[in-house]
Write a protein that binds this ligand. Sequence first.
Ligand code: SAM
Ligand code: DTB
Ligand code: SF4
Length: 331
Amino acid sequence: MTYTLDAIREIYHLPITTLIFKAQQVHQKFQDPSGVQLCTLKSIKTGACPEDCKYCPQSAHHNTGLEQEALLDTETILKDAVQAQAGGATRFCMGAAWRRVPHGEQFDSLLKTVSAVSDLGLEVCCTLGSLDQDQADSLKKAGCDVYNHNLDTSREYYDQIITTRSFDERLDNLAKVRSAGMEVCSGGIIGMGESVEDRLKMIHELANLDPYPDSVPINALIACKGTPLEDRKFVDSFEFIRIIATARIAMPKAMVRLSAGRTEMNDELQALCYLAGANSIFLGDKLLTTENPDRDNDFSLLEKLGLKSLDPDDARSIHARAEAEESVSAM
Ligand code: SAM
Ligand code: DTB
Ligand code: SF4
């Protein structure tokens, strides 16, 4: 089912009780209600990025004092992947501050890394900026299951945030990822000064991709010192919960990832996000360059809530079953 912007707006503005009830109805049908996907992030090439994303501590356009790091070698990354797996992660996401994925030696090294991480039995996700089709195909062949590239905000607000890469270039990139047979992970950031309407337009754009993304990270802006957005106030909790619930309802089969910003959220707010349909988090005390809650805190909260690490195979079979039921009921 596809949603018009009007329908999405109507969902978002429901009384919160009805909104959460509807999000839960979808969640219970299409997702494992007790499962939370645990992913760990690793920055494999840090800083000095030529893009000018206003939120990002890694952009060379801002003075954030971040230490730059060239592409890490396979062994170094593999050690972190082993540690992430031992710490309970089922997916390992590697991020690089590139505008475009380079060709040559660096790309060869990356393919070797992807294949080594995949051999550990972890799901592999990469987020490396723009790719060409050959590179997308090679990543898939090497064992990259998922590619993350966010729309970040609405088409209308986009120019206020990024001027060096267009919104259409992002959509183009996602099409290459799909065509290579990788899963698409795409979402955005809430709290950059955009209106509620911009957020809804972003959800509408994501939900109307054909097919919609397999995972949708919803980041709360981390206002990093030295970026043009350093003075932004943390997003309102209830507006954030409403967006999570709206994303859940509009994209039933997607993993909705409660991404950046959890260090600013107390346990109760995170629990509300799970109730609203979030079912994935980044595990480990670092995102790419910023802080994330301590692993022990996360496990203790999951335990209190009766939630557990999602088995990727279980998730796939639940999605397949829900899809089969949908197509029978549509006949
Ligand atoms: N360079 C690649 C790209 O832009 O696609 C990959 C890494 S980039 C850091 C991945 C995503 O992290 C961005 O698209 C953005 O949504 C999110 N992000 C970056 N800085 C953030 C911040 N300060 N607060 C919240 N989310 C942020
Ligand atoms: C996404 O949407 N959020 C993650 C992941 N995809 C790559 C990154 C968040 C980065 C937050 C800022 C930092 O740590 O540098
Ligand atoms: Fe570069 Fe990605 Fe940061 Fe934009 S979000 S500045 S592309 S690392």
